[in-house]
Design a binder for this molecule. Structure first.
Ligand SMILES: [Zn+2]
Ligand SMILES: [Zn+2]
Length: 152
């Protein structure tokens, strides 16, 4: 697994900082910038985004980018554990930057946006059938977001 796109090697930290040609493996510049742009979109997002939303924001930042590139890059980032898939019942999955800790989501069924919910009802053992062992839960609230409520 590669972690960085330009590996300067441990020796680069020491004395010889003059620009010697480095034996780096530089992937095609375009791929690097597209990947970095999608990372930026997701790390700056206040809520989970659909591929279409990621595509729109990425194009604002970078100019041209195909939707296929967004899907391909998301797949790779999910595989690397950097991005998490947010499953929405009855709708397409959304994507968020990984490592936010346990939280839930609210799906506005009018505008389609998915929002983060920090609260959690906690231990749901009381809902668990007798004799069963609870291992976790998923919870998606749905309804209308504040903006859609105001819009009537
Ligand atoms: Zn809404
Ligand atoms: Zn919870």
């Amino acid at each position: 697994m590669t972690h960085t796109n330009r590996v300067h090697g441990p020796a680069a930290n020491f004395a010889d900082s003059a620009c010697t040609p480095l034996p780096c493996v530089v992937p095609p510049e375009r791929n690097t910038r597209q990947r970095q742009t999608i990372r930026d979109v997701l790390t700056h997002a206040a809520r989970p985004l659909s591929p279409g939303e990621i595509h729109a924001d990425a194009r604002k930042r970078l100019g041209a980018m195909g939707l296929a590139t967004v899907y391909r890059t998301l797949k790779r980032l999910v595989g690397e554990g950097q991005v998490e898939v947010v499953e929405i019942p009855g709708d397409s999955p959304r994507f968020e930057w990984a490592g936010k800790g346990h939280h839930h989501h609210f799906h506005c069924r009018r505008c389609g946006k998915v929002f983060e919910v920090d609260a959690c009802p906690g231990d749901l053992d009381r809902l668990t059938p007798k004799g069963f062992k609870l291992q976790g839960h998923e919870l998606v609230l749905f309804g209308r977001c504040a903006q859609c409520v105001r819009a009537g």
